[in-house]
Design a binder for this molecule. Structure first.
Ligand code: ATP
Ligand code: ZN
Ligand code: ZN
Length: 802
């Protein structure tokens, strides 16, 4: 077994296979599948993952593994299999699938450098570049005046060489400790011998005479108000020693979590949890859809099911949407399970994420709570996987590998013979349809645990407001209601239902809209910097004073961003204290939490925000929720627009009146008759489900069919169209009669970063060979992709259609 099969870190479809390497003597005893290695590949060295050890290879001259980066495998045998499955299922590369399962810092870091080999003098430019050094970073060359031809020649002559270095980015955090190194009587002797002037040294030494344990250096320095030089003096005398010890970065260090205990379950909760407990007891795998209205106690069910799993000595994964990974949410799990919980989400630094991941890897915790990628937590005895708010789009990764966490969870649940729970007040249509067909087991929670009624929803027709002469974005009833609540000392949540958070610029004279020069999308206006920005490529320009098209000075911003609403709001109700929460105000680490704390401490009357305020918040003083434009999502070119609107309205309504004070919801819309608005206002999920299913059937969308979206992009417009046409043609040749292929059509955003984008959509019921076919097409275009920068991206079961 002295040959390793390795998946190498080269993201190209022509290299999407294992390569054989000889295992040198020194690694033979320790090398296991799932470890990272460094291997020679062409002229350089790169990282790779060992997936298997074998005896024989069909190639003779094998190269040797150069180094091994891990002492224990970082991918378990299950995850190695899962990665393979994931890559095939999503039509991605094996290497990208593996990397998606691991924390960022375990990916390799590549560096290029130049080495001077010859002692003889080089050209003047090269001498200046090396400036007496033997090694210089490659970047120095790129930033210099030296031309590459000269460098090439020097390389050919053997005067200099280029090296490719692989570095593991892993950074462990170490803390320095201080401890005595002599027996007490020797320390005492030394103390007596010390000169009277070394006051601080004496104090320190006296301290360690009384206590022989190691102490963190920083705390010693603080306690004795002294500096490192005092310590060094004692270290030099051989009395004390310093040493380093690895510590975990704990992002929740400064939080204390109040301990909670299991609550007595309501009748509904008991009925819902029973079959789950049964599953856990019997090591059985079912997928449960827990459909419960907001505030019905789904989380308590998760907690009690997890307790069973812990008692059995097994492990639990809980996925929550990134946005609701608030301290409020973390508290519920840490409160119940204490330090037995690791938390993984994108708000952590890379180092923190790595440390939390290692606590899982080393089995130091049994529970992980995290966003999408936590579904890959390297547990080996999984007892349950829970996905809260399972309808959330953020569970779909919009990047290679384009996987849905729900699919991964179900796959892992089957492997581990354990239950998977999907919880939501508004399940995804796909999930509910599966429950309806008894593929999933349905449990319903129809009432809030405190039996509080769901808040009344009043739909306001904004067209009537306009007719009555009210041109503002606040209806009269919303304004009056806000004032009433604020005067009573209650709080208001205002939702701006919009994807973008800023505004676009339009000339009132000629209608010119300022667009990004590299993308077919309007630039958005950022007030604080007075800049126009592109959300797709980060292009930026200053806000023009005159219209670039007609020179008029009537160029203004349009649309209703949160910033503008905030301004209008402060004019409308001057006494109101407004907190704005959007991408802009929450960018900085911890900002999200700070804003929520301010609101919880009643430092503001109104919390105004985008989608991110709709989820999971629970403030007892909130009695009014206002939705400014309920229909703004309905016009997007997305077959899920109605579903998303229904989900959002239901979620945000659930924020009001969760405690003693009764709540109310005001929904402003221009299309009050739309079924998703009307049915959300009555909390009628079942009606909505039926009606929406009819639409999906009529227009042939999921869950009636599967979708695959292929997007082709190139800098040359004609090339993009032609390639798409070719792809569509070869697809037609091989798919079944019932399968539909739409396209080529320009993507809804037809140009991004100067690349033209075309797409085709495949709608199919049964196409077992589709993935193979797409892979074949990919290979046919390999040359165009490698040499002519054609990009083909495949999204199986897309959620983002733009
Ligand atoms: N059996 C119970 N007895 C008393 N209180 C309960 C019980 N179960 C849950 N609760 C409380 O009811 C409130 C709502 O429960 P929880 O947050 O779990 O609901 P949820 O369905 O997860 O809500 P949402 O979907 O809005 O997040 C919480 O304050 C919780 O502590
Ligand atoms: Zn752009
Ligand atoms: Zn103009």
């Amino acid at each position: 077994m002295n040959i390793a099969k390795v998946i190498v870190d080269v993201p190209a479809s022509s290299i999407n296979q294992t390569f054989d390497y000889k295992i040198p003597e020194r690694f033979r005893a320790m090398l296991l599948p799932g470890m990272r290695v460094i291997v020679p590949f062409g002229p350089r060295k790169i990282m790779g993952y060992v997936v298997k050890r074998v005896n024989e290879s069909s190639f003779d001259k094998l190269k040797e593994i150069a180094d091994v980066l891990d002492l224990t495998p970082i991918l378990t045998p299950e995850l190695l299999e899962l990665g393979k499955w994931l890559a095939e299922k999503t039509v991605s590369l094996y290497i990208t699938a593996f990397q998606a399962m691991l924390p960022q810092v375990l990916k390799a870091n590549y560096k290029k450098e130049l080495e001077r080999l010859s002692r003889e003098s080089l050209s003047a430019e090269l001498e200046a570049l090396f400036a007496g050094r033997d090694f210089i970073p490659y970047g120095a060359l790129e930033n210099s005046q030296v031309n590459f031809h000269q460098v090439q020649k020097a390389i050919q002559n053997g005067d200099i060489a280029v090296h490719y270095l692989v570095k593991s980015r892993v950074t462990k955090k170490y803390v320095t400790y201080l401890k005595p190194t002599r027996e007490v009587h020797l320390l005492e002797e030394a103390l007596q011998d010390m000169s009277g002037r070394a006051k601080k040294q004496q104090e320190l030494l006296a301290f360690f005479i009384n206590q022989s344990q190691a102490i963190e250096l920083n705390s010693v320095l603080k306690q004795f108000k002294t500096t490192r030089s005092t310590v060094n003096a004692l270290v030099d005398k051989g009395l004390l020693a310093t040493f380093k010890q690895e510590v975990y970065r704990n992002p929740y260090d400064d939080h204390t979590f109040e301990e909670t205990e299991a609550l007595e379950l309501t009748v509904e909760q008991r009925e819902a949890i029973e079959p789950i407990k049964q599953n856990i007891k019997e090591n059985a795998h079912d997928v449960f859809l827990l459909h419960g209205v907001t505030g019905s106690g789904k989380t308590e069910i998760y907690l009690q099911a997890i307790q069973d799993v812990i008692d059995k000595g097994e492990e639990a994964i809980v996925l929550v949407p990134e946005i609701s990974l608030t301290p409020q949410m973390v508290k519920r799990f840490k409160g119940r399970f204490g330090s037995n919980v690791a938390v993984l989400h994108s708000g952590l630094s890379n180092g923190e994420k790595y440390d939390e991941w290692r606590r899982v890897h080393r089995r130091e915790v049994q529970v992980v709570v995290g966003a999408r990628s936590a579904v890959f937590a390297p547990f080996e005895n999984l007892g349950i996987i829970i996905i809260d708010e399972e309808h959330e789009n953020s569970y779909k990764q919009e990047d290679q590998p384009r996987y849905h966490a729900r699919d991964v969870a179900v796959h892992r649940g089957a492997y581990h013979h354990c239950p998977v729970i999907l919880g939501s007040a508004t399940p995804a249509l796909e999930s509910y349809a599966r429950a309806h067909k008894a593929v999933y087991k349905l449990s319903s929670l129809t009432r809030r645990t405190n039996d509080k009624a769901m808040p009344d929803v009043n739909v306001v027709d904004m067209r009537k407001e306009l007719h009555a002469g009210n041109r503002s974005m606040f209806s009269r009833s919303l304004k009056e209601n806000m004032e009433k609540r604020i005067n009573r000392g209650e709080q208001v949540v205002l939702l701006l239902n919009r994807r973008g958070y800023s505004t676009f610029i339009m000339c009132r004279e000629c209608g010119h809209v300022r667009e990004c020069p590299h993308c077919d999308i309007a630039l958005t206006y950022h007030k604080y910097s007075n800049q126009l920005k592109c959300h797709y490529c980060s292009y930026e320009e200053p806000m023009p004073l005159y219209c670039p098209s007609c020179n008029s000075d009537l160029i203004r911003f349009f649309g209703t961003g949160t910033q503008r609403i905030e301004e209008a709001l402060t004019k409308l109700i001057p006494q109101a204290r407004v907190l704005r929460m959007d991408v802009d105000t929450t960018r900085r680490k911890g900002a999200h939490e700070k804003l929520l704390n301010q609101f919880a401490n009643k430092k503001a009357d109104i919390l105004l925000g985008t989608q991110m305020i709709a989820k999971g918040l629970d403030f007892e003083n909130v009695t009014l929720v206002g939705v400014l434009t309920a229909d703004s999502m309905l016009n997007l070119p997305d077959f899920r627009a109605s579903e998303k609107t229904f989900q959002l309205l239901t979620q945000v309504s659930g924020r009001a009146g969760r405690h003693d004070l009764p709540g109310e919801v005001i929904v402003q819309t221009y299309t009050p008759e739309h079924y998703s608005i009307e049915l959300a206002s009555r909390y009628d999920y079942w009606q909505f489900y039926q009606q929406e299913m009819q639409m999906r059937k009529k227009f042939q969308y999921p869950p009636y069919v599967f979708l695959a979206l292929i997007t082709i992009s190139h800098e040359n417009h004609v090339k993009a169209v032609q390639s798409t046409q070719q792809i569509v043609k070869s697809l037609w040749k091989h798919v079944r009669k019932e399968t539909v292929i739409l396209g080529p059509t320009p993507s809804p955003i037809a140009r991004v970063k100067d690349r033209y984008r075309y797409q085709c959509m495949i709608k199919y019921k049964h196409e077992p060979e589709l993935r193979t076919l797409i892979n074949k097409i990919n290979r046919q275009f390999a040359d165009e992709i490698n040499k002519h920068d054609l990009q083909i991206s495949v999204d199986m079961q897309p959620y983002q259609l733009m």
